[in-house]
Design a protein around this ligand. Sequence first.
Ligand code: AHN
Ligand code: ZN
Length: 328
Amino acid sequence: MLKRITYISLILLLFSSCEDKKTQTKPQAVAHKSEVRVPDFNADSAYQYVKKQLDFGPRVPGSEAHARCVEYFIDFFNDKADTVYVQDFRTRLYNGKGIDGKNIIASFNPEAKKRILLAAHYDSRPFADHDPDENNWNTPIDGANDGASGVGVLMEIARVLNSNPINTGIDIILFDLEDYGAPQYLNLMTNDDWALGSQYWSKNPHVYNYRAYFGLLLDMVGASNPKFPKEYYSQQFAPSLSNDVWRMARELGYSDYFTNEIGHPINDDHIYVNVIAKIPMIDIIHLENNEESSFYPYWHTMKDNIEQIDPNTLGMVGDVVLNVIYRN
Ligand code: AHN
Ligand code: ZN
């Protein structure tokens, strides 16, 4: 481990010395403190957190599985974080029906002024509307990658933060009701029926006048051989943050996956955090570059299950996030 730290510090030193000339006038969103020790992210532990969520069944809002998984999160974060907030809200679905949601917020160092926001959605999509078999279009998905992967990474980060405290305030937000947008076959062409939990939180943050330095959203961060281009809106809203996080990933040796390209624009939880809450937030999301779909191959299908989850990918993303927060 010591060897690896020295090696990484050396690379960072080299990079920072040549980067500095080019970026002298531009402040960096993500500082590179090479002297800090960044703790290890345990990928197998993150994988277990993903598996545990799937064991409840699809976490569709309003279902028993969803309610039981919420209890599990509350217990977990009460053990790891300083303060846990459960934000109950009522909102409206694409079809006009009212529905109850719960955002879960776990705060570390709640009194610290400098804060970083980390988020993922935990609800499962009620419709496998991109499944090749039409008979599955109204069946809920496991949401192993789409939902549980990001949450699994954040739970492992909470475990690491608990045993390796830092001065920066960290808020982990698990958004509800991200994935209840109108099924594709209805051809409704709607936009604001996604990310309902994020819309609510962005208008009603868990603490009055909440501010954060920046935010990272994780979505579909667990499949083998992932592709993480810089999501288009993230690059528009928070270019320096996006560039800094990708530079960090490259310095850690992940440039084959965190590619230096701009990906498709995705309407995800980060949009409302940027536009309404005015906090710069980027989306780390698996995006492909083919014609039929810009998402990961099993997106919104019955195959988005535990078989798609590769601990190596969880580990890589977790390592990037830990480096970003511990070096700030
Ligand atoms: C749209 O399809 C418009 N947004 C989807 C964002 C998403 C769904 N991320 C995960 N599931
Ligand atoms: Zn989805």
